[in-house]
Ligand binder design. Structure first.
Ligand SMILES: C[S@@+](CC[C@H](N)C(=O)[O-])C[C@H]1O[C@@H](n2cnc3c(N)ncnc32)[C@H](O)[C@@H]1O
Length: 294
């Protein structure tokens, strides 16, 4: 009989859990201590069922005894990442973007020939990237002379698929102010489907790519104006956080901004070329711009 979620006799072998934890920590940067074991087993049980394997114990054997790891790694990563996100999460960042960052970047650069570039690093299912798009498109609608493009990246292929589709349950978009919902979200034509989709106009401004923040270098532009890297550094150890931030900062144009999650603000301290502007918001040199922001 096939094990189910409630089958308490179906566990990962100790050696398989240790091997998975080691692989995830070295490839993704996420620690999986023994306290996470039940969560990991729960998620992998679902994956095992999808593969038609005999429970999570069979999944461990498939990875490590039958050579399944190489093909399965992407899915394994999808299973163990935590993808919680929201529209307008930590809203002060979007107020800062609208009221401080954009006006200042426009003043400094007179014109931005390639347009304003924003990067949502670790974007999950896209709510962060589309929130930025709504805020910037509102500025465009208010006759601000900007063009913009947004890049969303994540290590999980599953969340990227959802981000590209840009279809969300209506309850999930509740934090989007109603005027913005009317401008930027479309109701499904099928009334039985309680979902909305981001308008094509906004979708065209946002594109998504797979990127592992643990990679030695990132194959993206080096004149990004604003980077959001929120609620992912918490999963990394101190040296990894520092290395990731240094790599991200090397993609910021002078005077560009880095937004970190509210529980991660300390991670930006002591990074060369980066100055804290307000808690959780950092700015790349030069100093003249930093003074103006205060
Ligand atoms: C909790 S979500 C945060 C989403 C969004 N930034 C926010 O604050 O709402 C963390 C995201 O980081 C991604 N992630 C974890 N490790 C990563 C890595 N090494 N490289 C890129 N993305 C990673 C996960 O897949 C997940 O989607």
């Amino acid at each position: 009989m096939r094990p189910t979620m409630s089958d308490t006799s179906d566990y990962l072998a100790d050696k398989h859990f240790s091997a998975i934890a080691a692989i995830i920590e070295s490839r993704v940067g996420i620690k999986l201590p023994p306290t996470k074991r039940t969560m990991v087993e729960g998620r992998l049980r679902k994956r095992a069922r999808a593969l038609g394997l005999a429970g999570v114990s069979g999944y461990g054997a498939h990875l490590f005894e039958r050579g399944g790891l190489d093909d399965e790694l992407v899915h394994l990563i999808d299973c163990v990442t935590t993808n919680k996100t929201d529209f307008f999460r930590e809203p002060s960042h979007f107020e800062f973007l609208r009221n401080v960052a954009v006006p200042q970047l426009l003043r400094r650069h007179d014109s931005l020939p390639a347009g304003l570039k924003v990067w949502s690093a670790a974007c999950s299912t896209g709510a962060e990237a589309y929130t930025v798009a709504m805020v910037l498109q509102d500025l465009v609608n208010a006759a601000k002379p900007i063009r913009f493009s947004i890049l969303g990246t994540d290590i999980s292929t599953e969340v990227l698929r959802e981000a590209r589709a840009a279809i969300y349950p209506r309850a999930f978009v509740a934090p989007v102010p109603s005027a913005m919902q009317q401008r930027y979200l479309m109701r499904s034509k099928d009334p039985r489907q309680d979902v909305v989709r981001v308008t094509p106009e906004l979708r065209r401004k946002v594109h998504f790519e797979r990127l592992n923040l643990m990679d030695e270098s990132y194959p993206f532009d080096r004149d990004v104006d604003v980077i959001f890297c929120r609620n992912v550094l918490i999963y990394f150890d101190g040296p990894t956080q520092k290395a990731v931030i240094e790599r991200l900062v090397s993609h910021l144009r002078p005077g560009g901004y880095l937004m970190l999650g509210h529980s991660e603000s300390m991670a930006g301290s002591g990074i060369a070329g980066l100055q804290q502007v307000v808690p959780t918001v950092y700015q790349a040199a030069p100093a003249a711009l930093r003074r103006a922001a205060e």
